[in-house]
Design a protein around this ligand. Structure first.
Ligand code: M7G
Length: 179
């Protein structure tokens, strides 16, 4: 007997094909809902550090598309962890796995507020975002604190509202919360 997870999850990949729109480049690969199926999948796919620059992985609750426009996301935001390229080999794969395990293993006290997580492989900084469906202070800040503690992050990081990210001009974004 396999060990069921509290939720079903989908793995998505984003491949930056310049001839297609952002949404067309986002592909839902598979769904899993047991511990065993997660590990089987994890061992068959590339690690984040093995993806190409410009690509993303996303793990979201089944039925939630990893985009701002989805009904589950549109009122929410993300905790955003930047990972310097120099620390990529040390931290990126570990943070990504730890975050997935936190999400799927019911380890967040406020797991109903979580929509999913995204890892962006980029030039200077890689990014990991943990997406929530709303921006209520208490549960969202608790999620941020849990992330900080479990990942062992010493520096501060912030929570961005999707509506602000969407309309962002330039690279300055203001954070609603910081942990
Ligand atoms: P990114 O891939 O999140 O970060 O956004 P990056 O700037 O480090 O590459 C890059 C671009 O992808 C955005 O400016 C949008 O044009 C598009 N994009 C990203 N996201 C997460 C969304 C989304 O949820 N919906 C839509 N429509 N476009 C998005």
């Amino acid at each position: 007997i396999k060990h069921p997870l509290q939720y079903s999850w989908s793995l998505w990949i984003y491949v930056n094909d310049k001839s297609k729109t952002w949404e067309e480049n986002l592909i839902e690969l598979t769904t899993f809902d047991t511990v065993e199926d997660f590990w089987c999948l994890y061992h068959h796919i590339k690690l984040p550090t093995e993806l190409r620059q410009g690509n993303d992985y996303a793990v979201f609750k089944k039925g939630v598309r990893p985009m701002w426009e989805d009904d589950a996301n549109k009122m929410g935001g993300r905790w955003l962890i930047n990972i310097d390229r120099k620390q990529r080999s040390a931290n990126l794969n570990k943070y990504w796995l730890d975050i997935i395990l936190l999400m799927i293993g019911e380890n967040f006290e406020n797991s109903e507020a979580i929509c999913g997580a995204v890892v962006n492989i980029r030039g200077k900084f890689d990014k990991i975002g943990v997406w929530t469906g709303h921006t209520y202070t208490k549960p969202v800040v608790e999620i941020g604190k849990t992330l900080k503690e479990v990942l062992g992050i010493q520096t501060k990081f912030g929570f961005e509202v999707h509506r602000d990210t969407m309309s962002k001009q330039g690279s300055t974004s203001k954070f609603l919360y910081i942990v």
